[in-house]
Write a protein that binds this ligand. Structure first.
Ligand code: DQA
Length: 147
């Protein structure tokens, strides 16, 4: 069982980008921490990052039939990309939406996620832990511990 972690626009700038909001650690640090957790949980993970909406849509399409789940931080596309929402709806792979920051405690435009309806859930506000909690949620699901 393989899980795909997709990071969208500006997340390649983690560590340099608004560190007061997104933290001082880089995207590579996130990957390393998630790899450690995945090993502990005996899960297999891969990573993709792109600043382009079309690439993110392609990553989602390509995951069909290959991955058991997707952890997606679509960045600002979360708030307005109907195309990413439709891409999620077009595949049979469950998606967990994650955000480093608590989007609901920030500007009004971040309160709305147009992709949320197509996901199995959203985790927002826990920094790197948002991704780790998502991985744990998938782990729990594959073990049948659904609520
Ligand atoms: C983000 C929140 C979005 O509103 C923002 O545009 C991002 C990052 C987060 O992880 O907190 O790029 O998805």
């Amino acid at each position: 069982r393989k899980f795909l972690i997709i990071n969208g626009p500006n997340l390649n700038r983690l560590g340099k980008r608004e560190p007061g909001i997104y933290g001082a650690k880089a995207l590579d640090d996130l990957k390393n921490e998630l790899k450690v957790l995945a090993e502990e949980l005996l899960m297999s993970i891969s990573f993709r990052q792109s600043n382009s909406e079309g690439d993110i849509i392609d990553f989602i399409h390509e995951a069909a039939g290959l991955y058991t789940g997707i952890i997606l931080n679509a960045g600002a596309y979360t708030h307005y990309s109907y195309a990413i929402r439709d891409a999620i709806a077009s595949v049979d792979v469950p998606v967990i939406e994650v955000h480093l920051s608590n989007v609901h405690a920030r500007e009004e435009f971040r309160h709305k996620s147009v992709i949320a309806k197509e996901t199995i859930g959203q985790i927002s506000g826990f920094g790197f832990d948002s991704y780790k909690l998502a991985l744990q949620a998938f782990n729990s699901q594959i073990r049948g511990n659904t609520v």
